[in-house]
Design a protein around this ligand. Structure first.
Ligand SMILES: O=C(O)CCC(=O)C(=O)O
Length: 303
């Protein structure tokens, strides 16, 4: 029987699916041009960025199929896997779970993929630590909505704010299958209250009840349509959400959430389900939160 790898304890790539950047010169190949970083600072997001080749995309799709199929042997490691997943007769609105990186090699190794880590370091202006992952799988015709929200409103157990989200499309994400939308510039807004995140059409606009008149006037959704294998990055205060999948095609995505390496715990509760408690005031680190790029590596990239 194949060895059961404990990916949680492996803070470097296990396989050879993704390239490794050996030194700053190679890492620089993956850097975003300065104008794209400037776009992110101005608008709170940047897209599209090609990050996966055909083989990497296929490996992730295969892994996604395994994880959402009945009898998946490592299902116990997936966090919050929605009941519908793996029940072929059910018609779920959305399959959502975390912890794919704990169970599948490709989903683990992509954490360290330089095509993602290097831009993340540029956007975070320093080192990069992994916080958690998320699978958002909208089956054909049954996709629910992800209501408008700011990611940091769910992350207040960590401080200060210095986080980043990378949304990776595993299928073409289009207007008809529920691509992500953002409100450009909303990264400069205040932190808004949380709303019901995943639901039906009627839940999409809940956030509007808590917007100021100025914010309501500036509420101009911009779709981020991506080809499979492309990603977008957004700021932790950028308001974003996605509408239902009304198409005949699934819309599968994998989301990586990062933070600056010196981010601290602001809670005496586990920061993620199943993760060890990090006492308040202490740096969030350990097996559950691998360092992806440290300061020294980033200094090398920056010059
Ligand atoms: O998959 C979606 O539509 C929502 C993703 C999301 O909320 C995120 O990337 O932060």
């Amino acid at each position: 029987m194949a060895e059961r790898i404990e990916y949680r304890r492996r803070h470097e790539p296990v396989g050879a699916l993704f390239p490794r950047a050996q030194g700053p010169a190679e890492a620089l190949r993956f850097a975003l041009p300065a104008e794209r970083v400037a776009f992110f600072r101005e608008h709170g997001y940047v897209a599209p960025i090609r990050v996966l080749d055909v083989a990497q995309l296929q490996a992730l799709r295969d892994g996604m199929t395994r994880m959402t199929s009945p009898g998946y042997p490592r299902a116990g490691e997936l966090i919050g896997l929605s009941k519908q997943a793996g029940e072929p007769t059910a018609t779920p609105q959305m399959i959502y779970f975390q912890g794919a990186w704990l169970a599948e090699e490709a989903f683990h190794d992509i954490l360290f993929h330089p095509a993602i880590a290097v831009p993340a370091a540029q956007l975070l202006e320093g080192g990069v630590r992994f916080f958690h992952d998320q699978v958002f799988f909208k089956p054909a015709k049954h996709g629910g909505v992800v209501a408008w929200h700011q990611d940091y409103s769910y992350w207040q157990r960590t401080a200060p704010i210095g986080h980043l989200t990378c949304f990776i499309a595993l299928d073409d994400a289009t207007l008809d299958n529920g691509c992500l939308h953002v409100i450009p510039g909303s990264q400069r807004w205040n932190l808004l209250p949380t709303v019901k995140l995943v639901g039906g059409d009627e839940d999409m606009e809940a956030i509007k009840q808590v917007l100021s008149p100025e914010q309501r006037a500036a509420f101009k959704p911009t779709p981020i349509q991506l080809k499979a294998g492309e990603c977008s990055f957004h700021h932790p205060l950028t308001l974003h959400g996605s509408y239902a999948n009304r198409s005949e095609r699934p819309r599968r995505s994998f989301v990586l959430n990062f933070m600056k390496p010196d981010t601290k715990s602001a809670s005496d509760k586990p920061l993620m389900p199943g993760a060890a408690v990090v006492p308040p005031g202490q740096v969030v680190q350990g097996d559950d939160f691998p360092l992806v790029l440290d300061k020294v590596q980033v200094a090398g990239i920056a010059g």
